[in-house]
Design a protein around this ligand. Structure first.
Ligand code: 3UK
Length: 522
């Protein structure tokens, strides 16, 4: 049979992906590299450490054995609140190789969020970096006797991993078996665990990584978006591992300074960011020069990239930014620009292997050029939401996924983002629910009612804005605004605080008392 073999996966000349009936996805991503002569090559680079492919394979096995030794069984979940570091790879792949289901969580969340996810997932272990103890430990305490065991991950030894043990046999699975989860937030209600299958990372790595970005063994991938996002997971873990390339990891919060230092030190060939960071980097580039000569392409996702940022970035750095839309449910980018086919201000075209449809509310496809709701079909779609059959039935219909986004196509077929179909906001590429921020504001003693909407800042990027009705006897003003912002920063994940607060006499509401957020948008 013609085509390529990636471990035991066959890629046909026509792009078809054939996965054996008995399969473990750690085999093509981790195990095959040593046999293929990459044992001494850097799989991961950080400021303090380089992990070779041989070390990676050995540590994945050691971590998998340690998880089994702790009493975890195939199918059990392990929650990960882990910074970007080699142990993230070891835990994630060690679990998968042992048949255990890793669930990486957003490390910016608060104790109440973690308590919910620990409980909802029914996990058998919580692994966390010491940096996040202040939120994870109270979450465990809150759950009392219901709390699962927890492990502070400082290095592999802290997981009980013994590098000298025997090789771990990959747990046999079917390509469509549950493999890992990622939580995604909704406008109302709690986060939903999107359950991904064994094959899904193979599909995204091949369709977006290889066929769209053209990743090869020579690529060095650096993602400012963290590994716990589906976006970062593909960028800096699955794509380089799929081709035998190198991932660059930095545990710190990405800033213009830290990302520029990493780009100059590690000389990545592919750089992955989000629009808010590109805007901050551009502001910093006003006063300094950065050597981008190693970078062959930049990628942006999480929210729409304004065309002005694309142009200024190209002027400043000589590299282009490929905007693409992905989702936790589809795992990675499904509509995207390409090096050989891109149009600034658009999300590009369907990534080969994915099918897009823009639909009317009645479900029929719109006339060319009309806007409607974007539905997607593709082999990397999550199988279902954990414990949420109604949400699953609403969102995943007949093999299609409702993205919740409004799109139209221009005269040449490029997809143009027109906003969400719900009230959800993307702030710095991360979900933000207005309802959650409103709930937090109402928890402040001065606030009677609140409504939160998205408002574009000077770069055209959306941030939360709050409208507040005060309880009698409270004075609106800068001092109260500061107090409300501080209240949100301390109660919610910090990126969710309202950047503007406006005081009003009343909020626009429907006859039934529902806030009409659309009337407050400017
Ligand atoms: C929005 C975009 C316009 C859109 C993601 C790349 O963002 C990711 O996943 P999430 O589940 O959010 C999905 C939603 O975010 N969005 C993302 N990218 C764009 N809107 N232009 C874009 N380029 O509302 C989408 O439905 O957090 C991104 C890869 C993997 C991902 N999970």
């Amino acid at each position: 049979m013609a085509g390529r073999m990636i471990g035991n996966v066959t890629i046909g000349d026509d792009g078809t992906i054939t996965i054996p009936a008995s399969f473990n996805v750690a085999v093509p991503f981790i195990d095959r590299h040593v046999a293929e002569g990459r044992g001494g090559k850097a799989a991961i680079r950080t400021t303090g450490e380089t992990v070779t492919y041989a070390q990676l394979a050995q540590r994945v096995d050691a971590t998998g054995r340690a998880l089994l030794a702790l009493g975890l069984k195939p199918g059990d979940r392990v929650l990960m609140v882990v910074k970007d570091c080699p142990a993230f790879f070891h835990l994630f792949w060690g679990a998968i190789k042992a048949g255990i289901v890793p669930v990486p969580l957003n490390t910016l969340l608060r104790a109440a969020d973690y308590a919910y996810m620990i409980d909802d997932s029914g996990c058998r272990l919580v692994a966390y970096s010491p940096e996040f103890a202040t939120e994870v430990e109270p979450a465990l305490a809150q759950l009392g006797a219901k709390a699962p065991p927890a492990l502070k991950v400082t290095d592999d030894a802290s997981i009980g991993a013994d590098a000298t043990g025997p090789a771990l046999a990959p747990h046999p699975a079917k390509p469509t078996d549950d493999c890992f989860w990622l939580y995604s937030s909704g406008s109302t209600g709690r986060p939903k665990g999107a359950v991904h299958r064994q094959r899904d990372m193979v599909v995204t790595s091949e369709l977006y990584g290889v066929r769209t970005l053209g990743v090869t063994e020579a690529d060095i991938c650096y993602s400012a978006a963290k590994l716990f996002f589906a976006y970062g997971q593909g960028n800096a873990m699955t794509f380089p591992l799929w081709v035998g390339g190198t991932a660059v990891l930095d545990p710190a919060r990405p800033t213009p300074d830290s990302t520029f230092a990493n780009i100059e030190a590690f000389r990545p060939t592919l750089y992955f960011g989000v629009p808010t960071l590109y805007a901050a980097q551009l502001a910093a580039l006003e006063t300094r020069a950065v050597d981008f000569s190693s970078v062959r392409a930049c990628v942006s996702a999480g929210e729409a990239l304004p065309s002005d940022i694309f142009r200024r970035w190209q002027d400043r750095t000589g590299t282009i930014i490929l905007d693409g839309i992905g989702s936790t449910e589809m795992l990675h980018i499904f509509l995207g620009n390409r090096l050989d086919d891109h149009r600034p201000g658009t999300s590009g075209r369907a990534v080969p292997g994915y099918v897009a449809e823009i639909r009317d509310p009645d479900g029929s496809t719109v006339k060319p050029g009309d806007s409607g709701r974007l539905w997607m079909k593709g082999e990397s779609a999550a199988a279902y939401y954990w414990n949420k059959p109604e949400k699953t039935a609403e969102t995943m219909v007949g093999g299609w996924l409702d993205t919740g986004d409004t799109y139209r196509q221009d005269e040449d077929g490029y997809f143009i983002y027109e906003g969400r179909s719900d009230d959800m906001l993307k702030v710095g590429g991360i979900w933000c629910s207005p309802v959650e921020i409103e709930g937090c504001l109402i928890g402040h003693p001065a606030v009677l009612e609140s409504a939160v909407v998205g408002r574009a800042d000077a770069d055209g990027l959306v941030k939360p804005q709050a409208f507040i009705v005060l309880k009698p006897g409270n004075d609106a003003g800068a001092k109260l605004t500061d107090a409300l912002m501080a209240h949100c920063k301390k109660t919610l994940a910090p990126y969710k605080y309202p950047r503007w607060v406006e005081y009003v006499g009343e909020l626009p509401k429907t006859a039934t008392g529902k806030i009409q957020r659309f009337k407050l948008r400017t």
